[in-house]
Write a protein that binds this ligand. Structure first.
Ligand code: 4GS
Length: 228
């Protein structure tokens, strides 16, 4: 899978994504990731990539020319061009899974007050938000998207970091987990987990998941069963 990220801060993305699990995937060539500096494509004599909004108002907007040319340079036939912004669809596990099946994503990070609307109309095929809050720039949202998409690409996760036990995969939160020692500072591990009765462990874990989801995220249960 190929992912190109267009940003004014490529170093932010490289610093985050070239470490750990996703970093290994990039090294192995399972994920072909490239961060590009949008400024590289500006034709402005002062290297500017932004300008003041027509009609007035605070802040600066990213101009069309560098964005159109950057997308033109990195895109391929049929690739998905995703603009990260608070007014996009809210990112979730299903969207991440869907995007992981695509051969080529081009991600565009907004900066300042955003981008010229004509860029969104003509070049962007999908708009995604990582949550209802406002950040200083769109590079972190793009990294979040790359991270959660990458873990669905075959060969990215080892056995130690399995997809199957994820919160949300079954629309239930995870069960509580414990490792050695069996007693720490007087705190005991639930005895069922030490017994080796796999059916009993399975049952306990399912109950814990239901109990936790009901208490913490009843909205997830309702999404699964609208009657609730
Ligand atoms: C988000 C978000 C975001 C909005 C970028 C203000 C700079 C900023 N992008 N999900 N301009 N939340 N973007 O806050 O995607």
């Amino acid at each position: 899978m190929r992912i190109d990220l267009l940003t004014l801060f490529p170093g932010m993305a490289d610093g985050f994504l070239r470490e750990s699990v996703v970093g290994k995937a990039i090294e192995k060539g399972v994920l072909n990731f490239q961060a590009h500096d949008i400024r590289k494509w500006t034709k402005d004599k002062h290297q500017r990539v932004d300008d003041t909004p027509f009609g007035g108002g605070p802040g600066m907007l990213m101009s069309c020319q560098p964005l159109f040319d950057a997308v033109g340079a990195v895109s391929t036939e049929g690739c998905e061009v995703i603009y990260l912004c608070p007014d996009g669809e809210l990112l979730n596990q299903a969207i991440a899974q869907d995007l992981a099946a695509k051969p080529h994503l081009v991600l565009v990070s907004g900066h300042y007050e955003g981008v010229d609307e004509r860029f969104r109309q003509k070049k962007v095929t999908r708009e995604i938000s990582i949550g209802d809050y406002v950040l200083t720039n769109g590079t972190l949202p793009a990294c979040v998207l790359v991270d959660c998409v990458a873990r669905h690409i075959p060969g990215v996760l080892g056995d130690g970091n399995s997809l199957t036990g994820d919160s949300f995969n079954g629309c239930l939160l995870s069960f509580p987990q414990f490792t050695r020692p069996a007693v720490y500072d007087g705190l005991e591990v639930p005895p069922v987990l030490l017994g080796g009765n796999h059916a009993a462990i399975e049952k306990w874990r399912k109950e814990q998941q239901l109990e936790r989801t009901t208490r913490r995220r009843p909205d997830l249960l309702r999404k699964n069963d609208p009657k609730l």
